[in-house]
Each structure stands twice: as structure tokens, then as C-alpha cells.
Write a protein that binds this ligand. Sequence first.
Ligand SMILES: Cc1ncc(COP(=O)(O)O)c(C=O)c1O
Length: 439
Amino acid sequence: MTIHDAYRAKHSKSAALAERARKVIPGGITHDIRHLTPFPVYVDRASGTRKWDVDGNEYIDYWMGHGALFLGHCHPAVVKAVQTQMARGTHLGASHELEVRWAELVNQLVPCAELTRFTMSGTEATHLAMRVARAYTGRPKVLKLAGHFHGWHDGAVAAVNPPYEVPMSAGVPGATMDQVVICPPNDVKAVEVALGRGDVAAVILEPAGGQAGMTPTIPGYLHELRALTARHNVVLIFDEVITGFRYAPGGAQEYFNVTPDLTTLAKIVAGGLPGGALCGRREIMSVIAFRGNPDWDRSQRVAHAGTFNANPLCAAAAIATLELCADASLQARANKAGEELRRGLGDAMKRLGVPGTCYGEASIYHVSFEGKPGLAGFDRPRQGLLYHLLRCALLNEGVDCSMNHGWVSAVHTDEDIERTIQAYTRAFQAMVADRAFGA
Ligand SMILES: Cc1ncc(COP(=O)(O)O)c(C=O)c1O
């Protein structure tokens, strides 16, 4: 039986739901990354490191809420906090103590954080960061690195995937794209030349490398970037939506020992519920604050609203999560499990003659059929269909992950890791049998 035959046989209820979905939702999915050929699985429930689909299949999960669930699904402390708050009100239409405690925790854990403002997503956090940097410096442009992802708003769609001259999305005005300066990753000279023009407000990047570290940052690069941006009075923004609280309690900036001016957060920061944050230096963050001066308040301040910002339900989940994430032993454990998984998957690929490799850092792994990218990242579109086939093969074998990477949580066990390596081995064997890599 081919991978797709087995997939269809195991997932008939998912197939029916996908059919229904296509009639009422564009493309049948609600996030581009859930696009899967021939159809996605529909998951019914989850607990710990496991989840179960509508056909009753069980999976060891490395998708983990797109990386938001560092404590696994339904961690008892988070469930209790949310249930308690649910009965006390989901939106109080007012300031409340939980948002203060949440901000205190972020400021305590993240090295650059002196003040924190909450949003409802990582996309909103990077959007706000760019606006704050522009208002603070009075300059129009934002420099981003090719291959780095900062959400889906207009200011972030440039140069996400090769070919980098084609934006990630249609529908963005050229005038907006003109405000974005693109540099190759790991090339501090290129950033130096761009900053020399004097019109750049901020440099934004994923500190561990583009798209969850797929193009890893070379040693020394972040330190050089820090010195360079400081010299030009340009705001350095670390987008730690992925790395925040995962690489270390203080995120990648603690892990690499480089402190940016601003940091964007989402995923783990909200404890598996929706939410994000922008935090950073007091002087810069204060451009959002009212001063009681009519001119400042009306025409110089950065406006920021959002009905559900810091709502008490998300705040409750976030506090329960961050209080646990403050203990570095959780990250140490997840990082070690990540290392074992990467080694096991890399060995399996080599043993079976599967092209490419498995790599990554901390608790993230990437399976790449193109091998590890060069310093400037992947220079051409990747072999999309191979990754779709791998995901189907893996789902057949009881493992779920994102298209080509996975997030190890602090609760994955040695047995989970061992079973996952075995499942990947069988999935790779099925791909070889399907002649996915050629005759
Ligand atoms: C580095 C990075 N920045 C921003 C975002 C956008 O976050 P959200 O999906 O919460 O809008 C993501 C999402 O995966 C991300 O990985």
C-alpha cells in the first residue's frame, strides 16, 4: 500500500470533514501551515504529549500548539488556572491584577524587558514593535533578514521564502514594501551598509535564525549586530515568538547572551491560549504611554488598542505557565530531549540512505531533505511535496509535527523520543518504498 493509500484508509472521518470544510472555509483551512496534501487530519482532543484524531488514531505530538505548549497539552496547573478564571469572568472590560502579575513575570524573565505591553498574537506584537521603533526614532524603514518570519501583517511579508524578491502574500501595496530593507542573514557587512543610509528605524530578526532556526545564526553575529545597531541608534528587535521561554527562561537573548532593545513574544508567553507581547527598554516602550500632555497624547504617542489584549483568561494560563518556565531545569530537559531526537533522526536518515539531514538547536528539530542551508539560507524553493508525503507517512505511524520541524516540550519522555525515532524510521522506509527519492 502506498503512503497515501494508507493515509486515506486510516483517516476517513478527517477526509469527510476536509470535504465539508472546503465548502465553507477558503482552502478548507484556517492557517496556511495546516495545508496538507491530500487533506489534513482533524484532531479531537489532546493531553500531555498525545493527541487523538476524529478517527481514533493516537499521535505523539511535536506540533504542540505551533510551539505554544511548552508544558504539553492540558498541563494541570494551566487547566486549573483557566477553569478558576473562567468562573470569575473572561473579559472584565477593565484593568485587572492578573495583567500586572503577567507583565511582572515577563519583566523578571526576559533580560531586555523593563516594560511589557500585551497583544493577542505574535503578528500583532511585531506590528506594534515596528510602529514603536518608527515613532521612537522618527525614521521610516525597517530592516529584516531574508528567510525570517514575523507574522502575516503587511510590514512582514517581504523575503520570507525563496525566491525572496516575491513577497509571502499578494495584496500588499508597493509603498508598504518600499519601507522594508532586506539583508541576507549572517551578513553583518550588508546591515552596516544599509544602516549607513540613515533611514532605518529598526532591525528585526529571529535571534536563533530564520523560521525557528532553520538557517541558524552563526556565532558572533548577534553580538556584532548589537554593537552595530547601538552605534547607529537603530532599535534592535528580537522576535522571540518561538524562542521566548523555550531556549532558556529568558529566551534566546539569555541563551546567546545578547540583549536587544525590544522583544516580541507570543506562543509560550500566553500559556497555550491566544496572546502575545512587546517588551523592552523603558525609554522606547514609553512611546505608548499617555503623558497627560494633549499634544503628545494625540499626535506623538503610539496608539495601541485590542479588545482582548491581556484578557484575564489568557493571563491566568500565562501566569501558570511562566511561573513554571522560570525553572531552567525544564528548558534543560527539553533541550536534552531535542538533542537526542535530532541525533536519532539524523542517524536514521543516514542508515536508510534518505537524502538530507536533521538539525536544530535547543528543543527544536528540522528535517531537511535539502541538507543544512548555507549561511544565507535556502536559495530556492524546497521540495514541498516531499514534506507533505513525510507528514502523511508520519501521521500513519502515530507522530504529528509541523511540516518540516517539531517542537519538543518539557514533558516529552525518553520513551516518547524512542518511539518517535522508530516512527520516523518506518515513515522514511515507506517513503523509500514509494520511490519518493527516485528509483
Ligand atoms: C518568529 C515568529 N514571529 C511571529 C509569528 C506570528 O505569530 P502569530 O502566529 O501568533 O501571529 C510567528 C508564528 O509562528 C513566528 O514564528
